[in-house]
Write a protein that binds this ligand. Sequence first.
Ligand code: ADP
Ligand code: MG
Length: 697
Amino acid sequence: MPGFFNTKIEFLKGVGPQKAALLNKELLIFTYGDLLQHYPFRYEDRTRFYDIREINASLPYVQLKGRIRSKELIGAGRKKRLVAHFHDDTGSIELIWFGGVNWIEKKIVPGVEYVVFGKPGTFNGKLYMAHPELEPASQFSLEGGYLQPVYSTTEKLKKKYLDSKAIGKIIQRLLNMAGPHIRESLPGSVMSEYKLMSKQEALPQIHIPEDQRKLQRATYRLKFEELFFVQLRLLMLKLARVDKFKGIKLQETELLTKFYNEHLPFELTDAQKRVIREIYQDMRSGRQMNRLLQGDVGSGKTIVAFICILIAAGSGTQAAMMAPTEILATQHYEGLKEYARLMGLNIALLTGSTKKSDRRVIHEMLRSGELHILVGTHALLEDVVQFERLGLAIVDEQHRFGVAQRSRLWQKNEDIYPHVLVMTATPIPRTLAMTLYGDLDVSVIDELPAGRKPIVTVHRFDSNRLKVNGFIKKQIEEGRQAYIVYPLIEESEKLDLKHLMDGYESVCRAFPDYQVSIVHGKMKPDAKDFEMQRFVKGETQIMVATTVIEVGVNVPNASVMVIENAERFGLAQLHQLRGRVGRGADQSYCILMTSFKLSKDGKTRIETMVRTNNGFEIADTDLRLRGPGDITGTQQSGVLDLLVADLATDGKILQLARQAAQALLENDPNLQLSENTNVRRQINQQKKTEVNWSRIS
Ligand code: ADP
Ligand code: MG
């Protein structure tokens, strides 16, 4: 009965059409299969009884055994509440109910021994438990396993009596029938090599675990399976592309040699050299390159990008570079322009605000092949933008482009896809890269140019402003410059600007002897440029700005980065901002200013920044704090909709799963061996049911 898991849940005893409709709507549970994959999000250990003296508000749900000394109804009408004074041999705690109080009041009997289960809290220093479960100790028994599953549910479902317990019961009923239908989806070789629990055992164990150890093994197995299939499909995609897609064979030495001999501004780091070698090998291979280039802020991605462009241009093809924002595109353009000029290559910038007449010229020069390099925003994707022959497309993603957009760039050549190099502005966590870009080859610049001194980062409270100002003065007296950055509050641009202007005024007052620049997003491009140039030339010593400078400037003489309201910034942004200093040989400083009021996450972010300069480590913390969806935006979230695995914590399993998938494909690239029948079946089934994947392939 292969269709068992596709059976609609309304046919399950105890569900019926009404509850089914609600489960469809509220939890997206449609079939038996969906229901079985509605895994518990935590488990309650009902084997342990706490002493009241042991508990405090930081504990999760706890179970107590004791007696109620007295009970009282307080207040009237809707404000009425029931308070019961509960004690054991070690102490006492208040049990409080705000709803259904009359009914509960009648039910509880002082002096009788009860088992109580709930989440402790404190109010005015007193311990309490709101709306605990209460059961006479004489009736208490452990239903099912020791670890009771807790399922996510919604208010609407609860109203129809589908709370966690009820959902658990339905699932248990389904499990009783499902046994014979559960088929192993992993190959035997993988099962034994990674010592995995069978699927037949894992599914019941994750819902109704016998003990901690079995629960852990079941969870591990299901996570492994989930990640294994994600990786398998990404790797199959990669294999298919290597087979199918020819690449333009780019072979070039003349321009490269000229650049290396005459214009290379500095010795490349070993990491830069290695990455360039990897890219060059792809570009000359005759297969289409699809590579992710990662490097920390300041690791020197620009020159690597330019050298790749040279390889393309030297072989008579054009290169395009696309960035998610106009500011970023402009910055890339500025970064490449000088190199291009030195090498006699034509380069242009195309964004939403490019003048119509300029646009026409660009389009024309592009079609004729006169224009060698085009940098820009989404504007590049428009159909009117046609290349004579596009050899290389560089995409600076900053997690913002989806796979679909990336592939539109490919279509720019009719006969053959251009080589594609994806770059990210700040590092992304390994696990995320393996999942989002798992179909790409990866190059990492894991080394900063020599002579860079690590930036010293400190956290200061607003109350220390005088001292901080004194420090900035000393730096300026030594000939350095400083940035002072204010946060953008997206809800209110007006407030934003006011905040910034207030800041600007107080900076001017605090530093009467120095010149201060100001730059923000609302300024006209000309004015912005003028102010930036004053700072770049050293005519002003302090730059007050919003985050527009995050990507906009490169002033090696600047040695201080002050970030106001630092708690309002995300980690990636803080790291990117800090990367604006430390570009010269001098010791640089980053000062994170906050008020005393800091959320837990805000505190973690600040501490992380103070502790490390390593962008990859910062990215990992960011992932832990925010979860993958938030980091990447919604565009790619389909790929990241994982049921059991967690990219923030399951990096190790992910690595093993990818390794297993890789080995499997090396041995059997088309999944034709009989031992891999179940794997092939699973892949085909997923293809049918998941729409998200179609975007990737
Ligand atoms: P990012 O990777 O953040 O884009 P950039 O390409 O902007 O970094 O490089 C940061 C700074 O380091 C630039 O001023 C650049 O000229 C300089 N740089 C890059 N590579 C080297 C190198 N190998 N040696 C010295 N300086 C370098
Ligand atoms: Mg850069």
